[in-house]
Design a protein around this ligand. Structure first.
Ligand SMILES: [Mn+2]
Length: 248
């Protein structure tokens, strides 16, 4: 998925906003002004904004329309600034519809990974198999069970199943948000570096997902690979990374 498109040479990356509907499950709410400052910074300096996934919180809230209404200003600016949107595990509903890319609210959607100038950007949930498994279960419940029941059986039966699914998905996602079977930062470093090493020429890997920033330069065989975890915007964090992808 290397990109032949020309992107701006300076990247401003943010991750894990988990935009919800403003209710008690919304862990971004109250951070709008801070985020606006970062958008202003990107606009002023002509940075390419990359959202590294979990822009939305669609495990806790599956009313995407409601989220879009609640954060219409913020989302409008992201699209006006031509942000690139890499899908994370909590962007579930969108991922189902845009699994091979496309645009969402005028933002370019990248299903899994984006490579610009030897730098690999991705969300990072694939480095935790428990999350990947849960993700698959959610997808299975919503698409392989709910949709056919509604189509071939009855709306009321589908409603019941959906209620049950909503229940365990909410419970489980809360568990994951509170750390889940949390993996250490060393775990992510190791997995990410190994993955980057499997791709030719990558010398930087930038991920989010763990919600805590981390940066390390590691040797992988005869290559040096720089690893960044860029943190999050939930629970009053305001993490972002500015990266000049021209630097070797
Ligand atoms: Mn995530």
């Amino acid at each position: 998925m290397s990109n032949d498109k020309i992107y701006k040479q300076k990247i401003l990356a943010v991750s894990d906003l988990h935009l919800c509907d403003g209710g008690p499950e919304d862990k971004f709410c109250g951070n709008e002004k801070n985020f606006e400052k970062v958008l202003n910074l990107a606009e002023k300096n002509n940075y390419q904004i990359v959202v590294l996934g979990d822009l939305f919180e669609l495990w806790q809230c599956n009313d995407l329309e409601k989220i879009i209404r609640f954060y219409s200003g913020l989302l409008k600016r992201l699209s006006e600034l031509n942000a690139i949107f890499i899908l994370g595990n909590h962007d579930a509903l969108i991922a189902q519809k845009l699994s091979s890319g496309g645009t969402f609210l005028n933002m370019e959607v990248v299903p899994e990974k984006l490579i610009i100038n030897k730098t690999l950007f991705m969300h990072g949930h694939r480095f935790d198999w428990t999350v990947s498994l849960f993700n698959r279960l959610v997808f299975f419940a919503r698409i392989q069970i709910e949709t056919p029941i509604e189509k071939y059986f009855s709306k009321s039966a589908a409603k019941l199943v959906k209620k049950f699914n909503d229940f365990w998905i909410k419970k489980m996602s809360k568990f994951y948000q509170e750390g889940g079977f949390s993996k250490t930062k060393e775990h992510y470093r190791k997995k990410a570096i190994k993955y980057a090493e499997s791709l030719p020429e990558i010398n930087r890997i930038v991920i989010g997902h763990r919600h805590k920033p981390d940066h390390v330069l590691m040797r992988a065989g005869n290559r040096k690979i720089e690893y960044y975890n860029i943190g999050s915007w939930v629970n009053n964090r305001q993490d972002y990374l500015i990266l000049d992808i021209n630097t070797p």
